[in-house]
Design a protein around this ligand. Structure first.
Ligand code: MN
Length: 450
């Protein structure tokens, strides 16, 4: 592990970057926009609190040196809708309202990644006998978590039958210097791929990349079909092929500009207890029989920044929401309605959609379409275009002043979020909070709350 006492992650492209924006380039733009909080050092135990404080302030957090670790910390990359817009606006700025349509426009066709000879992620190759994953600032995020976790790791594998790559983000529990717990359960692609390897009696090679550009994280959290390489989606989001380098000990390729890569294998037939862990709905998932990742190699940049995502945080919601908002937007548009903005929050179970209403029936048609397009959706509110769907207070204002409970609402008995022992997610409610057509002058806002 290198000495991380020197300032880490200063702005600017490191050698070999060749125009491809990396995490550090994104951070430089966020900092230039005044949306980054940079601390010289902090104790490991203080970082979760610092993350929450930065989130409340709408700031990305960089801790250049986490005391006692060989790396810095970065989090809250996508802490506001404006940060999300900054991730897309690599060439020229876009507005937060444009993120979903920009996502749809860019993902029309994948752009395959390219393998390059070398990349900054392999600047430092940790000698085998010095590997200790715990020397990175893995965090205990929630008080009852069983231990420290990697939460922003892009898990890269290849389907043993097709050879096609899969990329996803999965939590990993620190269990020893070279041992991590990982959950690989179907119907998630990673679980399906592991099942294939296990049936063949073969270990599954796995690489974990930490410290990635947010567009890669968005690609990794998008639901695509099994057999579609998420790095092709990452290239599409970037508008250029993602640069990869070959791993040192396994037959996989990883982003050349990541901060840290952990290489290893998951053996067939091996399970161990993992959890509890505070998950995306802000509840703990219980202890489960999950898989075990054995570390073979660690490479990293000089002065690496180790990224973390708090499950259930605003950033986590933004990541999980991107592809789902796109699906909702498409479905809502397909009704013929002029959809302005779609926003899933808080959590990815609730949605507010603004439209330019031309017919009274539109809100109901949009509600029916979006509930059918995204089964996890539980509450959905349709508002007029003068309501800021990114501001929950504004959405509530529209509900208070423009909706009639019982009229214009859509109640459906249909299953939602699947892990539901209390039957809390077996019905849905849609609310029309749009002003009556033809009465716009009477519903014109005074501008007080805007
Ligand atoms: Mn996949």
């Amino acid at each position: 592990m290198v000495n991380a006492g020197a300032p880490a992650a200063r702005a600017g492209a490191p050698a070999g970057n060749e125009g491809q924006e990396d995490l550090r380039g994104f951070l430089a733009r966020v900092e230039a926009a005044g949306r980054l909080r940079r601390l010289a050092s902090a104790e490991l135990e203080a970082v979760p609190r610092l993350m929450r404080e930065a989130e409340k302030a709408g700031m990305t957090l960089v801790v250049e040196r986490v005391v006692g670790s060989g790396a810095g910390h970065v989090s809250n990359l996508l802490v506001t809708p404006n940060h999300l817009a900054m991730a897309y606006g690599t060439d020229e700025p876009i507005s937060r309202e444009m993120v979903v349509s920009e996502y749809i426009r860019r993902t029309a066709a994948p752009i395959a990644p390219v393998v390059v000879d070398e990349g900054p992620v392999q600047e430092v190759v940790v000698p085998g006998d010095e590997i200790d994953v715990g020397s990175f600032p893995l965090l205990k995020h929630s008080p009852k978590d069983i231990g420290r976790y990697i939460t922003a790791g892009m898990v890269i594998t290849k389907d043993p039958e097709t050879g096609i790559r899969n990329v996803s983000i999965n939590r990993m529990q620190l269990k020893g210097p070279r041992k991590l717990g990982i959950r690989m359960m179907p119907p998630q692609h990673l679980g399906l791929i592991y099942q294939k390897a296990e049936k063949l009696g073969r270990p599954l090679e796995v690489a974990v990349a930490v410290g990635n550009h947010p567009l890669e994280l968005i690609a990794a959290t998008t639901s695509v079909e099994l057999g579609v390489d998420e790095f092709g989606l990452a290239g599409a989001l970037r508008g250029e092929p993602l640069q990869l380098v070959r791993c040192r000990t396994i037959d996989l390729e990883v982003p050349a500009h990541a901060e840290v890569v952990i290489e290893g294998k998951v053996r067939p037939g091996e399970r161990e207890a993992e959890g509890p862990f505070g998950d995306f709905m802000q509840y703990y998932v219980p202890v489960m029989d999950n898989h075990v990742f054995h570390v073979r190699a660690v490479t990293h940049r000089r002065n690496p920044l180790f990224a973390a995502i708090k499950a259930g945080s605003v950033e986590d919601t933004h990541l999980l929401a991107s592809s789902r908002e796109a699906a909702i937007y498409r479905a809502a548009r397909a009704t013929g309605s002029e959809v302005v903005v779609v926003h899933l929050a808080p959590t990815i179970l609730n949605c507010a959609i603004s439209i330019r209403k031309r017919h009274e029936v539109e809100p109901k048609l949009v509600l029916e379409a979006v509930f059918a397009s995204y089964p996890w959706l539980k509450y959905c509110v349709i508002v007029d275009h003068d309501v800021d769907v990114f501001d929950l207070a504004d959405v509530w204002w529209a509900m208070a002043t423009r909706s009639t409970p019982g009229r214009g609402t859509l109640h459906l008995d249909a299953p939602g979020f699947p892990r539901d022992p209390y039957n809390l997610h077996q019905s849905k409610l849609g609310i029309d909070a749009t002003a009556p057509l033809g009465r716009w002058e009477e519903f014109e806002r005074t501008g007080v709350g805007q």
